[in-house]
Design a protein around this ligand. Structure first.
Ligand code: FES
Length: 161
C-alpha cells in the first residue's frame, strides 16, 4: 500500500520529531502517499498511513478530510487551486475563475476529459499581497490576469506533450 520509496520519504519527516511522536508527520506522510496514488487518498491509503505511523485511523482521516490539499476522488495530472477568498475576490477572482473555466472547459470541482487538469476553488493560500492568485503543485502564480492564465495554461499543455 505504501511503497518503500514513500516509507523512506516519510521516515525523513518522522525523524524531525521526538521519538514516539511519529504521528506528528501525518500531514507530510499523507502528502507523500497521495502523490504516489494518482494524487488521491482512499480510505485504505489513509489507514495505511495511520498504521505506518502507529496512530488511530480516525485521527489520520480527520487530518485528511480537514485540509483542502488532500483529494478523495480522482483528479487531473495538475490541480489548479484558485483562491476565492476576500483579498483575491476583491481583486477580481470571480471573473478570473469564470475565465479559467471558459478557457479550460472545466468547471471548478471537475477534471478535464484528457485528465490533464482539474480546477479547485480554495480558501486563502496566504499570498494575499499577490491577489488574485492560484497554485499549481508547489508553485504560486500571483497578480493574475487573463493573459497570465493564458500563459500558465499554454505551459501546462506544452509540458503534457
Ligand atoms: S485571499 Fe487569496 S491568497 Fe489570501
Amino acid at each position: 500500500m505504501i511503497s518503500n520509496q514513500a516509507k523512506k520519504q516519510i521516515d525523513v519527516w518522522v525523524a524531525k520529531y521526538p521519538a514516539g511522536n511519529q504521528s506528528s508527520a501525518v500531514m507530510e506522510a499523507l502528502k507523500i502517499v497521495q502523490a504516489e496514488n494518482d494524487n488521491s487518498l482512499s480510505a485504505d491509503t489513509i489507514q495505511a498511513v495511520a498504521d505506518y505511523l502507529e496512530m488511530p485511523g480516525i485521527a489520520a482521516a480527520e487530518v485528511a478530510t480537514f485540509y483542502e490539499n488532500y483529494n478523495h476522488q480522482p483528479v487531473g495530472k495538475h490541480t489548479i487551486r484558485i483562491c476565492h477568498n476576500i483579498s483575491c475576490m476583491l481583486n477580481g477572482a470571480d471573473d478570473l475563475i469564470a475565465y479559467l473555466e471558459k478557457k479550460t472547459g472545466v468547471k471548478t470541482g471537475k477534471v478535464s476529459q484528457d485528465g490533464l487538469l482539474n480546477v479547485k476553488k480554495v480558501e486563502c493560500l496566504g499570498a494575499c499581497v499577490g491577489a488574485p492568485m492560484l497554485q499549481i503543485g508547489e508553485q504560486y502564480y500571483e497578480n493574475l490576469t487573463e493573459q497570465k492564465i493564458d500563459k500558465i495554461l499554454a505551459d501546462l499543455k506544452a509540458g503534457a506533450q
